[in-house]
Design a protein around this ligand. Structure first.
Ligand SMILES: Cc1cc2nc3c(=O)[nH]c(=O)nc-3n(C[C@H](O)[C@H](O)[C@H](O)COP(=O)(O)OP(=O)(O)OC[C@H]3O[C@@H](n4cnc5c(N)ncnc54)[C@H](O)[C@@H]3O)c2cc1C
Length: 394
């Protein structure tokens, strides 16, 4: 199928389901027609086409007059859960989970990070011990985005402490409603608690929820992480949209109030950021058009690193344009569990952007990955790589 035929198919599906269909019905129709992830197998949300053709589907939907955010309804589920379950799950896992992840009916979270193991996630210490057809999980995760909404989670735990750290991990799908799962909010500098601490006390997980083999959790986790960097790393949305559009709106409002010198300086800065945002967008489009079937590799870290650093520069520039006003917050600095981003002030976006260079792997880690795995530079010393996990000093 070529792009023109794909566009026709998309427009006919949109026409059938109706432009005003509820989100779940709309996404369900896309899934059934193979338009959810065109590179996925036929019957599982795809048409076995090149992933570069997904953009044609999204453009056709927008051209038909429906706003469509491919990921944000369930970013972790769609961006990371879908490819991981597709790659390592059984047919039963596929039937149970894939479509509901895409439609947003089942929200997913990712439980990798622990209090002492974020960048060094392979060193984590939450344990799962086998008990017949089940595993018993004890331990703690942290920074778990959206755990309070999640129906299922991607859980990485240690199943063998006596082998080197990367070799003793296993990866499970966790039903977040299982007895023994406790979720506590962590409030961020924004005043919201998007993420959580998650505690496990004798949580029973069926063996059938294992993804990959016992002890092969690092390989499965790597698939999740590579997809995470692509999901966080840039967008092919229309030119000038997203964060940069917020800066442009503010620039139009503030520019007339600046004196000549300030206006010249700030106009250079705004223009430079607009160009960087456009270069990032075009690079993402080029990357997607070169992408092949299967999961992404370490090159996904390029977009993640560049977009995280750019976001911070964009919101810094907004703060400078606002001057003193940028320090104002809603009265009382409300602490809410969740809030609607459509209502966020510039200062709140500025505060939230600080997390961009941490979430999904820090910028330092992205540079390490790019240096070692893309540019082939010598790796950093890893003294604990070959020794049993139990012998690594805590
Ligand atoms: C908003 C947000 C949402 C998140 N959501 C999730 C989630 O849903 N699920 C989840 O599992 N995790 C989540 N995380 C956690 C995130 O993945 C970790 O915070 C991140 O990997 C860094 O780990 P850490 O916080 O333990 O910092 P550390 O690993 O302790 O790092 C501290 C500092 O040391 C640097 N550093 C560490 N190791 C190296 C090295 N080898 N080379 C160079 N520098 C290094 C880091 O760059 C950083 O500056 C989220 C984080 C944020 C901020």
């Amino acid at each position: 199928m070529n792009e023109a035929a794909l566009r026709e198919l998309t427009l006919s599906v949109v026409d059938q389901v109706g432009l005003d269909a509820p989100e779940v019905d709309f996404r369900s129709a896309l899934w059934d027609a193979g338009l959810a992830r065109v590179q996925f197998p036929v019957g599982k949300g795809g048409l076995e086409l090149s992933p570069s053709m997904q953009g044609a589907v999204e453009k056709a939907i927008r051209d038909a007059g429906r706003s469509f955010a491919a990921l944000s309804i369930n970013t972790i589920g769609i961006g990371m859960g879908l490819p991981t379950v597709l790659t390592y799950g059984s047919d039963e896992h596929h039937d149970k989970h894939l479509k509901k992840i895409f439609t947003g009916e089942d929200f997913w979270c990712q439980m990798f990070s622990e209090p002492s193991h974020g960048s060094d996630v392979a060193g984590l210490s939450s344990r799962a011990v086998r008990d017949g057809d089940e595993w018993i999980v004890n331990g703690q995760k942290v920074w778990t985005s959206g755990a309070h909404h999640a129906r299922f989670g991607m859980l990485l735990v240690r199943t063998d402490p006596d082998v080197p750290k990367h070799k003793g991990l296993s990866y499970f799908i966790l039903d977040m409603h299982s007895p023994g799962v406790e979720i506590r909010p962590l409030f961020q500098i924004t005043g919201n608690a998007e993420f959580n601490e998650v505690f496990f006390t004798d949580v029973r997980v069926p063996h059938s929820n294992l993804l990959g083999a016992v002890g092969d959790g690092w390989r499965v986790a790597t698939t999740t992480l590579m997809n995470e960097r692509v999901a966080l790393g840039g967008s092919t949305a229309p030119r000038g949209s997203g964060n940069i559009s917020m800066l442009m709106k503010l620039w139009e409002k503030r520019a007339p109030e600046l004196d000549v010198t300030e206006r010249r300086v700030m106009s250079d800065r705004v223009m430079k950021l607009w160009i960087e945002a456009e270069v990032g967008r075009l690079t993402t489009i080029r990357g997607r058009s070169n992408s092949v079937m299967g999961n992404p590799g370490p090159e996904g870290s390029v977009g993640k690193l560049a977009s995280a650093e750019l976001n911070i520069r964009i919101w810094n520039c907004c703060m400078d344009l606002l001057g003193d006003e940028g320090m104002l917050h809603e009265p009382g600095y409300p602490m809410n569990r969740d809030s609607n981003r459509a209502d966020w002030s510039y200062s709140k976006f500025f505060l939230r952007s600080q997390a961009n260079t941490i979430e999904g792997g820090t910028s330092d880690i992205m540079r390490n990955i790019l240096g070692e795995r893309v540019l082939g530079l010598p790796g950093e010393p890893r003294v604990d790589k070959a020794i049993p996990w139990t012998d690594i000093p805590a």
